[in-house]
Write a protein that binds this ligand. Sequence first.
Ligand SMILES: NC(=O)c1ccc[n+]([C@@H]2O[C@H](COP(=O)([O-])OP(=O)(O)OC[C@H]3O[C@@H](n4cnc5c(N)ncnc54)[C@H](OP(=O)(O)O)[C@@H]3O)[C@@H](O)[C@H]2O)c1
Length: 341
Amino acid sequence: MANRIVVLGAGLIGLYVGGLLHAAGAPVSLIGRSRMRALAEGPLVFSGIDGRRVELPAGALDYSEDPVALADAGLVLVTVKSADTGDAGDLIGSIAPQRPAVLSLQNGIGNTDVLQTRLPDYDVAPGMVAFNVAVPEPGRLHRATDGGLMSARMPALLPWLPAFEAAGLPLVMRNDFAPVQWGKLMLNLNNAVNALSGVPLAAELAQRPYRRVFALLVAEALKTLRASGIVPARVTRVPPQALPMLLRVPDAVYRRIAGSAFAMDAEARSSMWEDLNAGRRTEVDYLNGAVVRLADRAGRTAPYNAAIVELIHAAESGTLPAYTADELYAHLASSGPERPR
Ligand SMILES: NC(=O)c1ccc[n+]([C@@H]2O[C@H](COP(=O)([O-])OP(=O)(O)OC[C@H]3O[C@@H](n4cnc5c(N)ncnc54)[C@H](OP(=O)(O)O)[C@@H]3O)[C@@H](O)[C@H]2O)c1
């Protein structure tokens, strides 16, 4: 069996996970694009909200923009943004005929289907990174929230578990991964709200008016899931079903209840904000858009999530937005049954 782990998409998650696997002694190659080259080739510091710190000297990583390392892969970690998943699948299919195990460490619903369609004979598993990675200063990859790595149970991943364990990133395999993915998606419905707010996550979530917008999206998603017979799993200390209620409590109560459940750095922002900020396509179609599609399949509508998708698409082709919470709420409320207050 080929014993190399190849990270396809050396961005924030790819570099963080691949870098720590390398630091723990696993044979890792990273395939990236020029935007991340300086970061990937420079000295790297991996820091964490838990105080953990790992350092790598410049040039320590086997980083390349040539995907040839895929030919030696026993495991491919797909860490590209959702819009690039199809191309990543094609690349694996053309360069890695040895059929490495493929693990998607992406957010959203649908990436594994895209990969499996392009790679019908490969073992492909959906996975999840439950923490947030930011670059607070050049050369430092910082794990800005708590949470770990999870995947669907897939025998082809078993030989790789010790490497993740050694890297301090144990991969927890679960039988009920679809509910887990939907549980995580409930949290990621806030990515768009955060991107549209223009403020860091902690500042956004500290304000009840923004949380009410988030709550509208989650409540609508929960109804859609119920109508589709899906029970989202709990991926944080707060069960998804309790989220809308928790989000609507007054700020002081929220601080007390959620402070520890959603520990995060003051400067952390959603990666959707990062994408808008950099003029890139966002993953909104795989997040809020997944709720809209699920509703459609169940013969229903999801007007709030659909309205958010539209706002993000407008922002992708316009200027960086900074909606006040009241503006956002009024916009959403006018799109669905909720009466603007
Ligand atoms: N960042 C977080 O905190 C976080 C947390 C949890 C989950 N996630 C999820 O993890 C996934 C990755 O997110 P990210 O923040 O790490 O994204 P990112 O920083 O944009 O990294 C992805 C990198 O992959 C590169 N890429 C795309 N196609 C490629 C190809 N064919 N060959 C080589 N490189 C390729 C991209 O190139 P370009 O630079 O040219 O685009 C980009 O540099 C997303 O699904 C995201 O939602 C992120």
